[in-house]
Design a protein around this ligand. Structure first.
Ligand SMILES: Cc1cc2nc3c(=O)[nH]c(=O)nc-3n(C[C@H](O)[C@H](O)[C@H](O)COP(=O)(O)OP(=O)(O)OC[C@H]3O[C@@H](n4cnc5c(N)ncnc54)[C@H](O)[C@@H]3O)c2cc1C
Length: 471
């Protein structure tokens, strides 16, 4: 890992930098500042005050899936990660060291990942970690006079969320997100399941639980009758209207997907195509996939099975899945509130607030969705903070890059109907019409978009290196 002692070319720090939130975006932002020889204070409220989803006091805790999405070359999530690797991202470096087998995806041992990030941040002399909840930002009074990154995530504490609402003058926004269950590996009946990669492409890292038509139909019927968690239940009691919950489309609970039609799950997380069962030689009617959770391979995540059912109901229904009849659950599915600001109305592409340029937003709170997207905006926010703190010009990531595409989306979406977004190919700058007509092969077109993006990102990094030299 790079050493962060100030180099002779580093610019002097004119004002202090504080970062609020030690999840995914915060530590990456802190690291980027430290790499440029700048001192940072990183505030994290855990363990003094917890969130409904975090279970440890470690920095960079992954609260649900252990997947950092596709690492297939020339896909949009790969591009975003690749740009971060070019920018010397701490969390990408650690993800590589904590990786577990997951086919084309980059998945990590979640504990190892958080432990390594926590260790790296603790070992960095320019970063001071303070375990304290921040409740005010002090931008319109005689409070803090430096640059602040707010990276407190979808579960920002209530007091700070109220403060952000006051400063932004806008309504607080919510939608609902859910987490999927985890089973113990030795409680899976391996005689009923099989390992396979879809269409035999890549390594067979996932465990597949095959369902015949009758089993699938019985499962859907049980889901339809299952009892959801009610607002008065302890695990969801935060006063919100669950019946009218607005879910993030990319993370729907299975009972909500099932409500949309009897086959919707079979075309979604239970899609069987390309997963031939070696026991029967057939493609099953539906498949439930299990992804390895940690390096010891002693637990598996039920992929895409986030839900909002009572724990007893979950155990009963999930044990209907072939191979999971005697499953022991390490964690049940849960659902949580998600908070984000109305970025198109409030932010500029350097992630600074229009009204308060020394206030920068990063992570899920800034209007992106997903682990990798949160880390990416943390990286950008760190660079913006470093520029402000040293009096350098802050330059937004180029539109052509995946980072620039994310910030372009959050700053230019319709503020009236704003919803956070994952990085997808649709967000990236497309090839011009003439080139699109000339190049018919989609794979080649994607490769060209990614090459252009990486080259634009690298030029931007070079420009930054002149303004903000790394140590
Ligand atoms: C339940 C749930 C499940 C999710 N599952 C997935 C998933 O499977 N895959 C995926 O890609 N994304 C998922 N997400 C979305 C998102 O990627 C993660 O929430 C991600 O961790 C966001 O990163 P972040 O840095 O913005 O926030 P976080 O990682 O949540 O970090 C914010 C940190 O700020 C701290 N904090 C909060 N308020 C204060 C305060 N006032 N003072 C000091 N510290 C404070 C918190 O304790 C926390 O450590 C999920 C989100 C939720 C809520």
């Amino acid at each position: 890992m790079p050493n962060s002692q100030p180099s002779p070319r580093s610019r002097p720090q004119l004002i202090p930098i504080r970062i609020i939130g030690g999840g995914l975006a915060g530590p990456e932002a802190a690291w980027q500042c430290a790499r440029r020889g700048l001192a940072v204070t990183l505030y994290e409220m855990r363990p003094q005050r917890n969130t409904p989803a975090h279970e440890t006091e470690l920095l960079a805790e992954l609260v649900c899936s252990n997947s950092l999405k596709s690492d297939s070359e020339n896909s949009a999530p790969w591009l975003l990660k690749q740009e971060m690797r070019h920018a010397g991202s701490l969390l990408m470096d650690v993800a590589c060291r904590a990786a577990v087998p997951a086919g084309h995806a980059l998945a990590v041992d979640r504990l190892e990942f958080s432990r390594l990030v926590t260790e790296a941040i603790a070992a960095e002399p320019l970063i001071s970690v303070v375990r304290e909840e921040i409740t005010t930002l002090g931008f319109d009074d005689a409070g803090f006079d430096g640059v602040t990154i707010v990276a407190t995530g979808p579960l920002t504490s209530d007091a700070l969320a109220t403060e952000i609402q006051r400063l932004s003058g806008s309504e607080r926004l919510f939608f609902f997100d859910s987490i999927s269950p985890i089973v113990e590996a030795d409680s899976i009946d391996h005689s009923k399941v099989y390992r396979a990669a879809r269409y035999d492409k890549g390594t067979a890292d996932y465990i597949n639980c095959p369902m015949m038509r009758e089993q699938y139909e019985a499962f859907i019927a049980a889901l339809a009758e299952a009892h959801p968690v009610q607002p008065h239940d302890a695990q969801t009691a935060d006063g919100h209207d669950w019946d009218n919950a607005q879910y993030f489309e990319g993370c729907l609970p299975i009972e909500e997907i099932a409500r949309r039609g009897p086959d919707t799950l079979r075309f979604g997380p239970m899609k069987p195509v390309g997963l031939r069962d070696p026991h029967t030689g057939n493609i099953p009617y539906a498949v439930v996939q299990l992804r390895q959770e940690n390096l010891r391979a002693d637990s598996y995540n039920i992929v895409g099975f986030q839900n909002h059912l009572k724990f007893g109901e979950q155990a009963r229904i999930l044990r209907m899945i072939p191979g999971l009849e005697n499953a022991r659950f390490l964690r049940f599915g849960q659902i949580h509130r998600n908070t984000y600001i109305n970025a198109p109305a409030l932010l500029v592409p350097t992630l600074q607030m229009k009204q308060h340029p020394r206030l920068i937003f990063a992570g899920q709170l800034s209007g992106v969705e997903g682990y990798v997207e949160s880390i990416a905006t943390g990286l950008l926010a760190g660079l913006t903070a470093a520029a402000i703190a040293t009096g350098a010009e802050s330059i937004a990531a180029p539109r052509a890059s995946a980072h620039g595409s994310l910030t372009h989306y959050i700053c230019n979406a319709d503020p009236k109907h704003f919803q956070p977004a994952n990085i997808t190919f649709d967000l990236l700058e497309q090839l011009d019409e003439a080139t699109r007509r000339k190049v018919r092969d989609k794979k080649l077109r994607h490769q060209m978009v990614c090459e252009h993006a990486l080259s634009a990102f690298d030029s931007w990094l070079q420009q930054l290196a002149e303004l903000l030299p790394t140590s």
